[in-house]
Design a binder for this molecule. Structure first.
Ligand SMILES: Cc1cc2nc3c(=O)[nH]c(=O)nc-3n(C[C@H](O)[C@H](O)[C@H](O)COP(=O)(O)OP(=O)(O)OC[C@H]3O[C@@H](n4cnc5c(N)ncnc54)[C@H](O)[C@@H]3O)c2cc1C
Length: 299
């Protein structure tokens, strides 16, 4: 299938992209990053932008920069670069583990972190990882720059806190402490590789106690969400309590209205709710096993 005709605009800087969005604001205008979501939507008629602003030539939006407290992933960085980044594996493995779980090698070489997060596809892998990592999203718009905590960013299916005319420029992923641990596990769709359910976990520990926990899920709901009852069960719990992962994971759908669990041709809501508990337990067990194994070398 062919997309409807559109005007193509290539830009060299983030500022030029913002100007271009504003300039064409009276028409339907959209940004193009890796194109792995946008182009299928255009070809199938689900999206018919009149103007497409291509970020592919904006070198300043690519790459990974390691700071003292956080690692900055610029928006146009491909998943493969994140999955291969040793510094990120050491400082906060939940994000590279989620990036490594995306689709296949072709998708990981072309899809971008900014496109994945800005698109807020319920079945995408990075949104839950960004919630668990407590990442900060940087946006640039006509009124300048702003920072948006991941917890406020994902609002609904394909809907984020980005305003019209704003560009996601980068994401800061905080470093974990040396005794903290993280994990991302998913049940992939056998046909596409997208997450039927994916669970991201970050545990902050103090001795044998779980001092803080962030647990979030993709795939199960219309957008990535924190699993707050699971987090509540974990905080104050002991790493030695072997029943804790199962008990905490069992609360994954507490407070969730049944209609919020996705139900489609790939999986019923009952199956997804079951997967959510199973994969939450696996993610928790994996993270707990990693505490103190030196996987976060930074500290
Ligand atoms: C076969 C296949 C399998 C896949 N499997 C998975 C998977 O397992 N897990 C997974 O997470 N994803 C998967 N994907 C989706 C893929 O990761 C997409 O690349 C991703 O959803 C969008 O990133 P993109 O860079 O391609 O963005 P694009 O498709 O170019 O853009 C997507 C949307 O985001 C907007 N956008 C892009 N960049 C920005 C920005 N910087 N600021 C503001 N808005 C922006 C665009 O305007 C557009 O609306 C798969 C895709 C395919 C084709």
């Amino acid at each position: 299938m062919y997309p409807a005709s559109f005007e193509y605009v290539a830009v060299d800087s983030a500022e030029e992209a913002i100007d271009s969005l504003a300039e064409h604001g009276d028409r339907e205008v959209t940004l193009l990053a890796g194109g792995h979501s946008l182009l299928p939507m255009m070809k199938s008629g689900l999206a018919s932008p009149e103007v497409v602003v291509d970020l592919g030539g904006v070198d300043a939006l690519s790459g990974i920069e390691r700071g003292d407290d956080a690692t900055r992933i610029n928006a146009m960085t491909e998943y493969a670069a994140v999955a291969d980044d040793e510094g990120l594996w050491s400082d906060n493995p939940v994000v590279p583990e989620a990036a490594a779980a995306i689709g296949d090698v072709q998708v990981r070489n072309v899809g971008t972190v900014g496109g994945n997060v800005a698109h807020s596809d319920p079945a995408a892998d990075l949104p839950a990882a960004m919630l668990a990592a407590d990442a900060t999203i940087h946006a640039l718009g006509p009124d300048g720059e702003r920072e948006i905590p991941a917890a406020d960013f994902f609002q609904a299916m394909f809907t984020t806190a980005l305003a019209d005319g704003e560009l996601l420029t980068a994401i800061d992923v905080p470093h974990l402490g040396s005794d903290d641990a993280a994990a991302y596990v998913k049940k992939a769709s056998p046909s596409s590789g997208y997450a039927l359910v994916g669970v991201a976990v970050v545990l902050e520990t103090d001795g044998e106690e779980i001092a803080d926990a962030r647990v979030a899920a993709n795939g199960a709901f219309d957008h990535a969400m924190a699993l707050e009852p699971v987090e509540e069960e974990l905080v104050g719990g002991s790493l030695d309590d072997e029943s804790l992962p199962e008990r905490a994971a069992g609360r994954a759908t507490d407070d969730v209205e049944s209609y919020l669990v996705l139900d489609d041709e790939q999986a019923s809501s009952e199956y997804r709710a079951h997967l959510l508990e199973v994969y939450a337990e696996r993610a928790l067990e994996t993270a707990i096993d990693r505490v103190g194994d030196g996987s976060n070398a930074d500290g």
